[in-house]
Write a protein that binds this ligand. Sequence first.
Ligand code: NAP
Length: 543
Amino acid sequence: MTSQATHDQQTDPDTPDVDVIVVGAGMGGIYAVHRLVQSGLTVQGIEGAPSVGGVWHHNSYPGARVDVEGYYYSYFFDPDLYREWKWENRYPTQVELEAYLNAVADKHDVNRHFAFNNWVTEAQWVEHGAYYRVTTDAGLTVTARFLVMATGQLSKPRTPPFEGLEDFEGEWVQTANWPKRPVQLEGRRIAVIGTGSSGVQTVVETAKHADHLYVFQRTPNYSVPAHNGPISDEKHAHYAERVHDTWDSITGSFGGGGFPVGTVKASEMTPEEQQAKLEEHWAWGGQSMVGVFPDQGTDPQTNELVSEFVRKKVREIVRDPELAAKLEPKDYPIGTRRVAVDVGYYEVFNQDNVTLVDLKTEPIERITRTGIRTHSTEYEIDLIVFAVGFEAFLGSLDRAGIRNAEGRRPGDVWQRGPKTYLGLMTRGFPNMFILTGPGSPSVLANMFAGNVQHGDFVTDLLTYMNDHGYRRIEPTVEAQTEWSNHTQEVAKPLLRYGADNYMVHVNQDDQSRFFIPYVGGFNRYIQECQRVASNGYEGFEFK
Ligand code: NAP
């Protein structure tokens, strides 16, 4: 805790304790604190965990690793650090990533600005003094002119939604909040519920140890091999020589993921050329399967070509045809949800100790004292692993108890979809910034790059306000409406607009949809932010 923070402060201060409170010490919070401090502002970081890392601290489940190559999924702001840090694997593990984030925080002396083991429980905007009063579960109270929410979009795990969990006499855990004590896998009957990216990764690792593993699948997901492997010295040297070029390629691209994307439409190729192209992307692996053809995100026929190619691979890998049919992803077009990137997912279903439980034919009825009961079967289980996803986008903001002057939470004003200006601010919540928030490229772009770009934008903006003597900022209604409309215009032509998942808000009354992240491209988004800044932060209202 820094000296600026005070405990149990009850009265409104003439001057807030600090200029900025940053909530969260993940990749966004680490960089934001670093940049803000560097620019001369006083900063209090607040983090619930005992150390930095964010999602890469909490998601320490077996098999956890990122689905973007490490030499892209990095900070670039410190070229020396980029050159010095050698990733062990093409796709770094959670262990490597947490160590990396700690190393960055240590090198840039970020930890001393954070109060760790403090979950923010209340963040109240006080209009007459134009500041936030933030309180934590550990009894810390700090006031600040600005609030930067670096709490991530996929950080509040969904509570397991199953009846009877309190009766279960075995052990249960969540991938997104994996315990720091050892969890025994060896010799146990294990259930993994959920087959998104987290479920797929944990299944592969758990299958190596479990006496028996039951994979509870509701919707079969597309999973593509990572072709992971150790990083050679030559590969490291290659990237170490190209720090600036690699950064430019990230900020100049659609998503900054560093994977190859095809430029020739499927309709302009012969069937043989199409298959060759598909094999080429399968061999490269991972997210490259969502960019085989430039029109696969909009043209259902082209998409089906790619989707069916992956299904064919599933049939080739999984020996039992009936089992393969259940694993084949058929419910949505490939790339309209995040593709899982695996190190042998479909292969585990050839193991005798692995059983797929198809929840389409036998839905879960309840958790029992000894396991899981579906419509047709009683499964005896020692350990249940919940990989059922997150309260995306809103969960971490609600958990922090943010309230505006009228006592409303962001969730109260976002009931028909989270409308923001540039994904950074939302009308009605002055002086609050959300890093990689809804309406920015967010989960559709490289999260390191997105967080750094937002950290820079916010720091420059606060410097601008300081220079002009402004104390209060809020987006105008017009700018927010125009930006929200634009985010929907770019999303509507895409197949992913129609796919249900955490990126789409669906209004239950009329089934209208609001696509949450900005899908117009990271490169285009950056240009828009630059234009806004160079026009005197057009669209923001200053006082
Ligand atoms: P997710 O993609 O939301 O997947 C949740 C899974 O739980 C889905 O299979 C879902 O089934 C299932 N599920 C939810 N409620 C259920 C219920 N009541 N009964 C049965 N099944 C249920 O969550 P995630 O796997 O944690 O991944 C979220 C995101 O985090 C990813 O898209 C990715 O962006 C990120 N992530 C990345 C990595 C990586 O970099 N490698 C790793 C993990 C996560 P339905 O599909 O039927 O809803």
